[in-house]
Design a protein around this ligand. Structure first.
Ligand SMILES: *Cc1c(COP(=O)(O)O)cnc(C)c1O
Length: 486
């Protein structure tokens, strides 16, 4: 006879308790959004402040009401945040979120499904496939990226993952499959411009090419765009040394200045040498929802893969990177490993997509939901309005810079990033950035262009209006006056 079962039950939050607590949390987020513009953009407390305010050990007994956690959120966490949704946040690139995105993500959390295989949650896979085709339609991407042809799209966590996966597929192709089966047997090379994102070098390292295996191609000093002749010369030099060019990463909208590499010329070179072309449009890809900005995507028909981040400028919360390949078979061949415990009739039939073969991890969140909520709420017209608002505000800010002799524009501003500086030394520009940021009224970041310290004003928060731009400019102009007056 088995021992009598003593049942143990954990104190779960039942659906009615969840409903009540959930309403309180949604109210809290709505209040946060309604008031975020009144807060300092960045915190001012010294390192360790937040950690010191927290207990060093977890609670033994539970049962704390969600209101107690929300109170600590207000008292401890929020004062220690940089407010990325603040209308005067102008740093890095924006990290957009929106009401529909948060709600879609909440549903995804509530469902808690794993979409690693079609069979583990068919609707999760099929909604994602359809939405990636919707996005390809919205951006007017080449037909070869659509799931109806040889290609297809998948949601990755970030552009860094997209670049890594593209690098692995490129290595698979360049090595004739040897990379996958027996490992690296030659020196394989990756190419990007000196303004290519750091994730490209990181991907090359992870893939086994090494940082030295990444060639940094010179840019045109006026446009910061890759020089095709320099790319060709680097490829020729590597071939002469017996190395194998595996992948070129071109950028549409570089992180420093939003420069656009000449993809038509770069693509023709890749086609000539049979090199995988990945196009990284992490930030600026969103601009292609507007027909008047699609010039930036010229030459995309050469690309073997392409990605952009809806989480940067398309009102979808992190993480959401949209990644497409022109030939899904190559990607799947490079990444698939099929253990017995994942075998199932649907996968064996070959009639379904198993997205686990399109990414590094096995498990995957139902990220398509937040995108679906966003696309249905805004529609193409709403998304276009958001992009156009950013572009207009950037033009407004650039006009203000241009009209003040003490300042200069440091690069073109085709999208919603304006690079500018005082006509003064680097330390004066660094002091200007530090002073305006110290007020807590704005947050800008910087880059270096041809060695020179340059301020970046990245516009795109959903709440930003002309008033926020004008206030930022007034703050910059008056601070400059104090700095330049001896
Ligand atoms: C932001 C950015 C990335 C990295 O984006 P993640 O999604 O955070 O990995 C890559 N490339 C470019 C051009 C970027 O601007």
């Amino acid at each position: 006879m088995p021992d009598q079962l003593v049942e143990v039950t954990a104190p779960h939050m039942d659906p009615e308790e969840f409903r009540r607590a959930g309403h309180a949390v949604v109210d809290w987020i709505a209040d946060y959004w309604a008031t975020v513009g009144q807060r300092p953009v960045t915190p001012s407390d010294p390192p360790g402040t937040v950690a010191a305010a927290l207990p060093t050990t977890p609670p033994t007994t539970g049962g704390e009401p969600v209101e107690a956690v929300l109170a600590d959120l207000d008292a401890i966490v929020v004062p220690g945040l940089t407010h990325w949704q603040h209308p005067s946040f102008f740093g890095y690139f924006p990290a957009n979120t929106s009401g529909p995105s948060v709600l879609g993500d909440l549903v995804s959390s509530g469902l808690g499904v794993q979409g690693m295989l079609w069979a583990t949650s068919p609707a999760s896979t099929e909604l994602e496939t359809v939405l990636m085709d919707w996005l390809a339609h919205l951006l007017d991407l080449p037909q070869r990226f659509r799931s109806t042809g040889t290609g297809g799209g998948v949601i990755q966590d970030s552009a860094s993952s997209a670049t890594l996966v593209a690098t692995l597929a490129a290595l698979h192709r360049a090595s004739g499959g040897r990379w996958r089966d027996t490992g690296i047997d030659r020196r394989y090379r990756a190419y990007t411009s000196t303004h290519g994102h750091s994730s490209i070098e990181k991907a090359a390292r992870i893939a086994g090419l090494g940082s030295d295996g990444t060639r940094a191609i010179d840019v045109d000093p006026d446009t910061q765009a890759m020089l095709p002749a320099a790319l060709r010369a680097a490829i020729e030099a590597d071939l002469a040394a017996g190395d194998v060019p595996a992948i070129v990463v071109a950028t549409i909208g570089t992180t420093s200045t939003t420069a656009v590499d000449p993809v038509p010329e770069i693509g023709a070179i890749c086609a000539e040498y049979g090199i995988w072309l990945h196009v990284d449009a992490a930030y600026a890809g969103a601009a292609a929802v507007c027909p008047e900005l699609r010039w930036s995507h010229a030459g995309l028909e050469y690309a073997d893969s392409y990605c952009f981040d809806p989480h940067k400028w398309l009102l979808t919360g992190f993480d959401c990177d949209a990644f497409w390949v022109a030939d899904r078979a190559e990607l799947i061949e490079a990444l698939t490993v099929l253990p017995e415990f994942l075998r199932n009739a649907a996968s064996d039939s070959g009639a379904v997509i198993d997205y686990r073969d399109w990414q590094v991890p096995l498990g995957r969140r139902f990220r398509a939901l937040k995108l679906w909520f966003v696309l249905r709420w805004y529609g193409a017209e709403g998304l276009q309005a958001h992009i156009r608002s950013g572009v207009r505000l950037a033009e407004r800010f650039a006009d203000q810079v241009r009209a003040d002799d003490r300042f200069e524009l440091a690069a073109a501003h085709p999208f919603a990033l304006v690079c500018f500086r005082l006509r003064a030394d680097d330390d004066v520009n660094a002091a200007l950035l530090a002073s305006v940021n110290a007020t807590g009224r704005v947050h800008l970041t910087h880059t270096r262009l041809a060695g020179r310290y340059t301020l970046r004003m990245a516009i795109g928060s959903p709440q930003t209006t002309a008033t926020h731009i004008d206030d930022a400019w007034t703050l910059l102009a008056t601070t400059a006056k104090d700095l330049l007056t001896p």
